[in-house]
Design a protein around this ligand. Structure first.
Ligand code: AMP
Length: 507
């Protein structure tokens, strides 16, 4: 089915002839959707887009709550040759104005609650159509779909054609639109399906957002490509996820899912028949990995990827899933560790910038050729901006973002090394280590520490641990105690925000 449309053909291959098979159970309403109904609705979405004048290659932007209809729209875009462009519901009107201006979509779909506020913005950006999609799936998008019949003939799309644009989270400067091709999405999800052994017998708990690569391309595409089922949750709720486990086989999450689940009762019993727990999008603490194994008997499988590249590495399905590592490069992905200044390959064990090449890598930033040229080399290697090393057994370790590297008195301090040490101090839950301006050292190391509240954290104990195990230049010049670390929806600690908060500590 859907021949000549590279991605669509692969998304439906496992469910051809299985129209009645279960694709999705909505965790809140209990409503179920079969594969036949899902693809039928995606075809009707594609027909509605075509009727509205959306041409192959046109962008369809959507800022809406997580719904099954949004997945139908995604597949509808693939079928009609449009480029799907999901946006985080947390973005403000000012941010939406930037995205619509930059991407110039033909159609913008928004939450009906934001329709009045966003209509003038979309009009200013010359967006031809503004439709709505509410948390219950209703709105003018669903109306347009319902006016069409299934049976849309998929538009031919080749491997190099764009399927989606995902904007990066933009912690440094403006967000950039990563252009993802049919090849990048199809090849990566097929690889992950195979290495993580997803089949039609699986049921995935889907509690991730679907405006981000993790929930959209990893979780959803793998489920579709395996012909598996998913339990679809509008958002993450630890008790709801635990309660779903006995009816499921796999969970994909960000590290905070796992730390929160560990605080629930009855986890060991609930997880008994699960097959696989995957973590990614932010570093999983080795401690969380160990606790999870102690409680459930399962070793969380940690993988590493990013918006621009989809997934790059994974711990092994069979074999040792090592805490604190992100495993090995995926089949077809080349990964090297390079000197940040010269780009030269570094010897095994050295810390440097990770560069990756493979069919998974994006085609460049939307309308930003100069940014593309800075980060995507002519030979196809993408400069990830992550610092890491490869150990003697070939496991990749991520030590942080290059921009989070601290240079104190001319010497490099890798935050993760200091964070891991302070995390061991009794009474500490977690730590973020940042560099802030310092008149003598250029930057000074500051540790932002979250105490567990049970016992008072002894700053002396933190300093003593650092003095014992760290060279002088790596030791924090200040320790700040806070209740929580600022995180984005994907669980990433917002270090840029912390740097701002503590910018004046020494000046
Ligand atoms: P995003 O583009 O939002 O998916 O963010 C990608 C970034 O998240 C990567 O460049 C890494 O810095 C970080 N990241 C993703 N997975 C991991 C992981 N398993 N361990 C550490 N950092 C990760």
């Amino acid at each position: 089915m859907y021949q000549a449309n590279h991605l669509a053909e692969r998304l439906c291959a496992a469910s051809i002839g299985r129209d009645d098979a279960l694709f999705l159970t909505h965790a809140t309403t209990g409503k179920t959707t079969s594969y036949g109904a899902f693809f039928g609705n995606a075809e009707r979405m594609a027909a509605a887009l075509s009727r509205a004048g959306v041409q192959p290659g046109d962008r369809v932007a959507v800022q809406a709550p997580k719904t099954v209809e949004m997945l139908e729209l995604y597949v509808g875009c693939v079928l009609s040759g449009a480029v799907f462009l999901p946006l985080n519901p947390a973005y403000t009107p000012a941010e939406i104005s930037y995205f619509l201006g930059n991407a110039s979509p033909t159609l913008f779909v928004c939450d009906p609650a934001n329709f009045d506020a966003l209509t003038p913005i979309a009009n200013d950006c010359a967006v031809a159509h503004i439709w709505t999609l509410g948390p219950d799936g209703t709105g003018s998008l669903a109306d347009a779909r319902d006016a069409e019949a299934p049976g849309f003939q998929a538009v031919a799309r080749a491997e190099d054609d764009l399927a989606a644009i995902l904007y990066t989270s933009g912690t440094t400067g403006r967000s950039k639109g990563a252009m993802l091709t049919h090849r990048a999405l199809a090849s990566n999800s097929e690889t992950l399906r195979d290495v993580w052994r997803f089949t039609a017998d699986d049921t995935l708990i889907h509690a991730l957002p679907i405006f981000h690569t993790h929930g959209l391309f990893v979780a959803t595409n793998i489920t579709l490509m395996a012909g598996a089922a998913m339990i679809f949750m509008p958002q993450f709720d630890a008790d709801q996820v635990r309660d779903a486990m006995p009816s499921a086989t796999a969970l994909m999450g960000v590290p905070t899912f796992y730390t929160r689940l560990l605080q629930t009762d009855g986890l060991a019993e609930a997880a008994r028949n699960m097959r696989l727990f995957v973590s990614g999008s932010a570093p999983l603490l080795a401690e969380t990995h160990d606790q999870w194994r102690a409680v459930t008997g399962h070793a969380i499988l940690e993988r590493y990827g990013m918006t621009e590249t989809n997934m790059n590495t994974s711990n092994p399905y069979d074999g040792d899933r090592r805490a604190g590592t992100v495993g090995f490069p995926l089949p077809g992905v080349e990964l090297k560790i390079c000197d940040p200044d010269t780009g030269a390959d570094l010897p095994r064990g050295d810390i440097g910038v990770l560069e990756v090449r493979g069919p998974n890598v994006f085609a460049g930033y939307w309308q930003m050729p100069e940014k593309t040229a800075e980060e995507l080399r002519e030979d196809g290697f993408f400069i990830t901006g992550d610092l890491g090393r490869i150990d003697a057994d070939g496991y990749v370790h991520i030590v942080g973002r290059a921009k989070d590297l601290i240079i104190s008195g001319g010497l490099n301090v890798y935050p993760k090394e200091v964070e891991a040490l302070i995390d061991q101090v009794p009474g500490v839950v977690e730590t973020a280590v940042i560099g802030v301006p310092h008149p003598d050292f250029g930057e000074a190391v500051v540790a932002v520490v979250v105490p567990d509240g049970a016992a008072p954290v002894d700053e002396g104990a933190i300093n003593a641990a650092c003095e014992r195990d760290l060279a002088n230049f790596k030791r924090p010049k200040a320790v700040q105690l806070v209740d929580t670390l600022p995180r984005n929806t994907m669980g990433k600690v917002q270090k840029a925000g912390l740097r701002k908060t503590y910018a004046d500590l020494f000046t």
